[in-house]
Design a protein around this ligand. Structure first.
Ligand code: DCT
Ligand code: MG
Length: 501
């Protein structure tokens, strides 16, 4: 209860009556000195947060002096914050924790400075900001055929084109025509990485992965404002029906196609058709369709993270929870929430996920679970099949998230309930596989596909979510961090927020 009140308070951006922060009084935590970055946070909110922290005995320095141990910023992307910090000319910046506001709000809630975890970091971009907006005809403008050699942020300058190509890709996916599907996905991915919008057809000549069909679509859009081929698909009954059916958790293109061929067109028809046998996943998918077909917000994802963290920590206090998938790439919304759970020490993750599931169940917030025991076996590596799921212990869940647990959300009821069903994936790799699992689960799918393709074709190596194998020397290459893996592959490090390929 207290948590909700405090977090909703923290969310309120304006505190106009407060023009300057309370002076420092009693200091309870001498080892921590906080500095709040005013940029993007605003003066009044900064004053408010400063007063709040000081009232709880935190030392807050108004200046970015060398005494500062914890720099806290809100809504500051790493590529903006870091250059600004570096301009401030502080000597020991490298020793300071540069943290997202979540560390601060969690610490306020706890009433003490919490240990810093990787999820709190605002990591220094290894290569500074977004690429300069270089016109496509510039000689500097070279685009790699591999997504892992491109930096693709969420800022898509060619959304009209990429949306059109992805409709065609999806249509081919529905008829399981993998080649053309991947061709359109690859083309869309190239366009997503461009720092400028394409303006005419001659711009695309020097871009890789754009086949004649793609070029025809782009040309149509340039000339007529839309592509007749795409319009045709969008109005096609089969495409529209398969799109609806596959939006149900547990329903893939094959099942959707089967239902379509039976003459079924709407979701209600499926639930009323007694000749259709739904598996457990699909039953849950229909049951919670209204909720899980809605996007999950970042605040909801973080709320789920707190629940999982608390439960997992009671299993093992050293557990680390890392938000992966689209949210790690900076997305504000996702279709689910993906977490990696790791425990230091060989085999210490054994039994972790079953324990988490049991606890969710006994708290009455588990709506669905599908647990898969680890089948990880180093001797069977590496695998050539990218599409195959990895072998780590994992579970696919639907959990009940109470409105009051979500920062900035009203505790009141909507549609007669005060909760929402949310899809959650948990993976618990062995600690020594962490870097590979993190890289694999951070996506995007297209980025992962190209990392593996690049490893295979350009380096004679095999990469998957478990390991990197060098076929030339017949050795496994060890990695503690994602950076290590990029280094082994001879690639510049690409930040998660630049992997939205
Ligand atoms: N992934 C993987 N192996 C696959 C498919 C995907 O390792 N066979 C990775 C890529 C992304 C990550 O797992 C999480 O998958 P999703 O949740 O489906 O993707 P997302 O990028 O998180 O998308 P969304 O934001 O919609 O959840
Ligand atoms: Mg996801």
């Amino acid at each position: 209860m207290f948590q909700t009140t405090l977090s909703s308070l923290l969310r309120k951006r304006r505190q106009p009556e407060l023009t300057c922060a309370q002076p420092q009084k009693e200091m309870k935590f001498g080892e921590v000195t906080v500095y709040l970055v005013e940029r993007r946070m605003g003066k009044s909110r900064r004053n408010f947060l400063t007063s709040l922290a000081r009232s709880k005995g935190f030392c807050v320095d108004n200046n970015l002096s060398s005494n500062v141990t914890h720099i806290v910023a809100e809504d500051n992307p790493a590529h903006e914050l870091w250059p600004w910090l570096q301009e401030q000319g502080i000597e020991n910046l490298s020793k300071m924790n540069v943290l997202d506001i979540t560390w601060f709000t969690q610490s306020m809630r706890a009433g003490r400075p919490l240990p810093v975890e990787t999820e709190h970091w605002i990591q220094k971009p290894s290569v500074q900001p977004e690429p300069e907006a270089v016109p496509p005809d510039s000689p500097w403008f070279t685009v790699s055929q591999y997504a892992c050699k491109r930096r693709t942020t969420l800022h898509n300058h060619n959304k009209i084109l990429t949306d059109a190509l992805e409709v065609l890709a999806e249509n081919y996916e529905f008829i399981e025509s993998i080649g053309p599907c991947l061709g359109f996905r690859r083309a869309a991915s190239v366009l997503k990485s461009l720092p400028v919008p394409l303006r005419n057809i001659s711009d695309i000549e020097r871009l890789p992965c754009l086949g004649p069909e793609t070029k025809a679509v782009i040309q149509d859009i340039f000339e007529c404002g839309s592509s007749s081929k795409v319009e045709e698909v969008l109005t096609d009954e089969r495409y529209r029906t398969l799109k609806i059916f596959t939006s149900v958790f547990g329903v893939g293109p094959k099942t959707a196609e089967k239902w379509y061929r039976k003459g079924l067109r709407r979701l209600e028809q499926i639930t009323f058709d007694t000749s259709i046998h739904l598996n457990r996943m699909q039953v849950a998918g229909f049951q919670h369709y209204k909720d899980i077909s809605k996007p999950v917000s970042k605040a909801e994802a973080e709320a789920v993270g707190r629940i999982i963290k608390e439960i997992a920590s009671s299993f093992n206090g050293d557990v680390t929870i890392t938000l992966t998938g689209g949210f790690r790439r900076g997305k504000e919304f996702g279709h689910d929430v993906d977490f990696l759970l790791t425990v230091p020490g060989h085999g210490k993750e054994d039994g972790l996920l079953p324990a988490v599931i049991d606890q969710l169940r006994s708290q009455g917030i588990l709506l669905y679970s599908d647990f898969q025991e680890s089948t990880f076996d180093l001797s069977k590596l590496p695998s050539c099949r990218f599409e195959a799921m990895d072998h780590f212990q994992k579970c696919f869940l639907i959990v009940k998230l109470k409105n009051e647990q979500v920062d900035g959300q009203q505790a009141e009821q909507t549609c007669g309930r005060d909760w929402k069903a949310v899809r959650v994936d948990l993976v618990a790799p062995p600690a020594e596989r962490y870097a590979f699992a993190l890289l694999g689960w951070s996506g995007s799918t297209q980025f992962e596909r190209d990392l593996r393709r690049f490893a295979r074709l350009e380096r004679n190596m095999m990469l998957d979510n478990h390991a990197l194998f060098d076929k030339t020397t017949n050795t496994f290459l060890q990695a503690k961090t994602e950076e290590d893996i990029f280094t082994h592959l001879g690639l510049d490090y690409i930040e998660p927020w630049q992997r939205n390929a």
